[in-house]
Design a protein around this ligand. Structure first.
Ligand SMILES: Cc1ncc(COP(=O)(O)O)c(C=O)c1O
Length: 334
């Protein structure tokens, strides 16, 4: 799974799915062979950030089929994000149709099995207009775009150095739990700062006290203690990661680990024997070192992939690709 050439970037595909919301209802949607849309310059998405999105992947199986991983969990999470932004929820059957249509119509762009690549799927809801005042739109678009991708972090399953940033991505009672653009735009500055310090990504602390680890810019965090416990942060300002949910189940049911969900003090980082960033894009990316207040904290053996992270990675990828039996009912094969 390491001979990938592609990074995590957009390559044009054949079509996108697009559905419209007018007069209080969604239409049934259609495919469009153009990745441009025309909207009013007074769209609420452009001015007030009234939008929400999702990220999931389609994986080529060894037998030529295509697997989607827990994709209706993304549908539910998109509904929660829409509701937080006062946008109409995308009905589950419309989400399902949008994702399946976009994947099926772009099947030729799904990278083949065995290269560590996949088809990234990006559902998006945006508020239209024209509206000048800061208020929710009446009309909306639901789009599903796809692009073949490789690993999010260069090198794939290779430990990276991350930097604890002093910036926040979301406010204590803000939109951190929702997958909305504002959280990402506001984290670019910290991401740039981290890269300038030779780090792959920024780690954000909880915005209320700056004592506890929240998450990375586009991935959740986990740590493994020397007693072999899998520790995941509890915080009201992080995304409820579908990968994290799955890893907790795999760690418990397949590796027999104890799961601890609690605030993780940044001062605890040095005591972990393994740590990682997890997410659809990041899969599992081991965190080998963390730069915090000018000091480098080393986690586990110097820049080595820990055995638990490796086992979790192999289990997760194995299920996603269909090489390991889907005993948890996470896979939809199309
Ligand atoms: C901020 C943030 N946290 C966590 C995640 C991981 O979530 P998931 O595992 O559902 O992809 C993502 C990626 O989608 C993200 O953008």
């Amino acid at each position: 799974m390491t001979n990938t050439k592609r990074g995590f970037s957009y390559s044009k595909t054949k079509s996108i799915f697009i559905a419209e919301y007018h007069d209080g209802q969604w239409d049934s949607g259609r495919l469009q062979n153009d990745d441009h849309i025309t909207i009013t310059a007074f769209a609420t998405a452009l001015h007030y950030g009234q939008q929400a999105f999702e990220g999931l992947k389609a994986y080529a199986r060894r037998d030529g089929g295509v697997n989607l991983f827990r994709f209706m969990d993304n549908a539910t999470r998109l509904q929660q994000s829409c509701s937080r932004m006062l946008m109409p929820e995308v009905p589950l059957d419309l989400f399902r149709r949008g994702v399946l249509s976009a994947v099926n119509d772009n099947r030729e762009f799904i990278p083949p099995y065995g290269y560590g690549e996949s088809l990234y799927i990006r559902p998006l809801v945006i508020g239209l207009g024209p509206i000048l005042g800061a208020m929710p739109a009446k009309d909306y678009l639901f789009l599903v775009m796809v692009s073949p991708v490789g690993p999010y972090f260069e090198g794939g399953m290779k430990p990276v150095r991350m930097m604890v940033t002093s910036f926040d991505r979301a406010a204590p009672h803000g939109t951190g739990k929702a997958k909305v653009g504002g959280n990402y735009g506001s984290s670019f500055f910290a991401q740039k700062e981290a890269r300038e310090h030779g780090c792959a990504e920024a780690i954000f602390l909880d915005p209320a006290t700056h004592q506890y680890i929240d998450e990375a810019g586009a991935a959740n965090f986990f740590g493994i203690t020397k007693e072999g416990k899998y520790v995941a942060p509890i915080s009201s300002s992080i995304l409820d990661s579908i990968t994290q949910r799955s890893l907790k189940i795999l760690a418990k049911k397949k590796l027999g680990l104890t799961i601890e969900e609690r605030p993780i003090a940044v001062s605890e980082l040095a005591s972990f024997v393994e740590a990682g960033a997890c997410g659809t894009a990041a899969t599992i990316t081991p965190i080998g070192e963390v730069l915090h207040e000018g000091k480098v904290i080393q986690i586990g053996e110097p820049m080595k992939v820990g055995p638990i992270s490796q086992q979790l990675y192999d289990l997760l990828i194995g299920i996603q690709l269909g090489d390991i039996d889907d005993e948890f009912g996470w896979i939809t094969t199309i």
